[in-house]
Design a protein around this ligand. Sequence first.
Ligand code: 1GP
Length: 271
Amino acid sequence: MGYSVNCPSSAVYQKKNQHPTMPSILTDLQTAKSSGQKKFVVLIDPDKVRLGNMDKVLDFAVQAKVDYFFIGGSLIVNNMLDQCLLSIKEHCHIPMILFPGNSLQLSWKADAILFLSLISGRNADLLIGNHVIAAPYLKLSPLEILPTGYMLIDGGAPTSVLYMSNTRPIPTHKEDIAVCTAMAGEMLGLRLLYMDAGSGAPTPIGEELIESVSGAISIPLIVGGGIRRPEKAAAVVRAGADVVVVGNAIEKDPDLLLEMAEAVHGSLKTV
Ligand code: 1GP
C-alpha cells in the first residue's frame, strides 16, 4: 500500500520492495546477536580513501570475511560518495551501509542506511529534524532503513562529530546516563544502538561501560571509535558489543584488517 502526500508533484510514495532473495541486514544482526555471533564492520570515509589503499582494503576485507562496510564521515568534501560505493560494489559483495554525517550523504547505490537519531544529544535536528527532510527520499529508495540510536561517548578529545553535531558527549564515567539513554532508545523503538567515541578518538570506550549498556538492552549493540589494536577489539566484544567498527586504524594500516577481523570473529573462542 502506498500513501500520497499533498506536494507539488502529487507523488505517490511507494517503498520499493527489496529483492526478495536479499536477506535483511537487521534480521541478520538480530539473529547474530541471539546466537552470540559477532560482526566486524570496516568504516570507509569516502574522502579519505586513497586509491592505492582502497584496493588493498577491499582485498583484505573479502579475505577476512568483513560483515559490512559503513560508509560516511562527519563532513564529506570531495563528492566521492557514489564513486566510492560503485568501486566497492565492483570489487565485492560485502553489504554497504550508509553512516551519514548529514542528510546530504544519501545514495541509492548503498544497501542500507543507519537512520541515526543522536540520542545522547539535545540537538532537535539530529533527533528528528533531518529525518523529516530525508524521509521522502528514503521512502522511495530501495535502501533498507536501520533505525539506530546513536550515543556519542567522550573519547578524550573533541572529535569531528562532537563539533559538527553541536552536542556534548556522555562523560565516560557517567555510566547511569549512558545506560538510561540506551534503555530509552530501545523503549522508543530504535532497533540498533551505536556507542561511538568518534573517529580517531584517543580513548576508545571502556569495557565496563560497554558491559553495563549491553546488559541493559536487548537490541544489537554497535561499538566504535578509537579502536586501534586487535586486543582492544576482542575486549570490546567480550564486554558485550555485538558489532565492532574500525575505520581510522585500517585507513592508516590496511594490514591490520585481517587481525582485527580475526579478533572480533574469534574473540569468544579464545576466552
Ligand atoms: C567512528 O566508530 C567509528 O564513527 C570508527 O572510529 O575511525 O576511530 O576507528 P575509528
